[in-house]
Unconditional design. Structure first.
Length: 303
């Protein structure tokens, strides 16, 4: 069957006007040509769609059925085209997004709130994952974007720094140094430590141990956790103290205190928005990156 969409459009207009001359004017084609197109359509269908007399044009029973289907087909086609265009512009689709736990306190909500306002129809799939897990998921294309901790050593990835956050001490509010403005790391030598697990990212753990060695002691590690809430709960319960990357705007609970370190050259850690660049950038990822620029600049300028 050689029926084309234009045949359906022509027929719908004729059915609405019930007048070939008026329909031809709406379609901006010659009336004889329109009559020929409708005749061709009827031959394709194998049934008369219109009753024609010198005085009037009317739909046959078959024509009324065909009109309903033609309108439905045209509407579906228009929706398909518009959906395709919106996907091409990054206005619809699916985005798989990974994030480290500390991002959930401020950075992630700001990014998502701004993106959702601009692109409400994009389906977001959010995954709380350690940096190491995100790197594997990005490599396997199970994630489109990740909020993770630098450094990253993967030539397939590009990234944009979002925050720079210091390493701080987390102490129970009953600790002897809880009221100090700054905590000397050597003052924690007798405390048991809660540390990030090596599997979550060896760089942070190794840096903390190195800082302790520089302060003259090796930390006694009694628990490991990469989850902020778990660490705070363990500290509040008197299990130990911790050195953590402090998310901006979050200061824990009434049972614990966050204290900057007194030691000079205390490192800061960068959180970054990362994505794969070895291939065509998807419209949805491109849309997120464009929207995120102002949010990231606002966060960095505040820092």
């Amino acid at each position: 069957m050689d029926m084309e969409l234009r045949h359906l459009r022509y027929f719908v207009v004729v059915a609405e006007e019930l007048h070939f001359g008026h329909a031809a004017e709406r379609l901006h084609i010659a009336q004889p040509s329109l009559s020929i197109q409708i005749r061709q359509l009827e031959r394709e269908v194998g049934a008369p769609l219109l009753d024609r007399t010198n005085r009037r044009v009317s739909l046959t029973a078959a024509g009324r059925v065909f009109l309903e289907g033609a309108r439905r087909t045209l509407a579906q086609t228009e929706k398909m085209v518009e959906d395709t265009r919106r996907a091409h512009r990054g206005e619809s689709g699916r985005l798989a997004f990974g994030f480290v736990g500390s991002a959930a306190y401020e950075v992630l909500p700001q990014l998502l709130r701004t993106f959702r306002a601009a692109y409400p129809d994009i389906e977001l799939h959010l995954h709380s994952m350690a940096t190491k897990e995100q790197l594997a998921a990005l490599a396997e294309r199970r994630l489109d974007l990740g909020l993770l901790r630098l450094p990253v050593d993967d030539a397939r990835l590009s990234w944009r720094v979002v925050t720079r956050e210091p390493l701080v001490a987390v102490l129970p509010n009953t600790h002897s140094l809880a009221a100090a403005d700054r905590v000397p790391l050597a003052g924690l030598r007798r405390d048991p430590f809660i540390l990030y697990p090596r599997a979550d990212g060896p760089a942070i753990r190794d840096t903390i141990i190195s800082l302790c060695h520089r302060a003259g002691f090796s930390p006694t590690i009694v628990q490991e956790s990469g989850e902020m809430q778990t660490i705070l709960g363990l500290v509040a319960g008197g299990i130990g103290v911790a050195l953590i990357i402090a998310p901006e705007g979050y200061r824990g609970t009434s049972s614990v205190v966050f204290k900057p370190l007194q030691d000079k050259q205390t490192p800061t850690w960068e959180m970054a928005l990362a994505w794969r660049h070895d291939g065509e950038l998807s419209p949805v990822v491109g849309a997120f990156l464009a929207v995120s620029e102002q949010v990231i600049q606002r966060i960095l300028n505040r820092d």
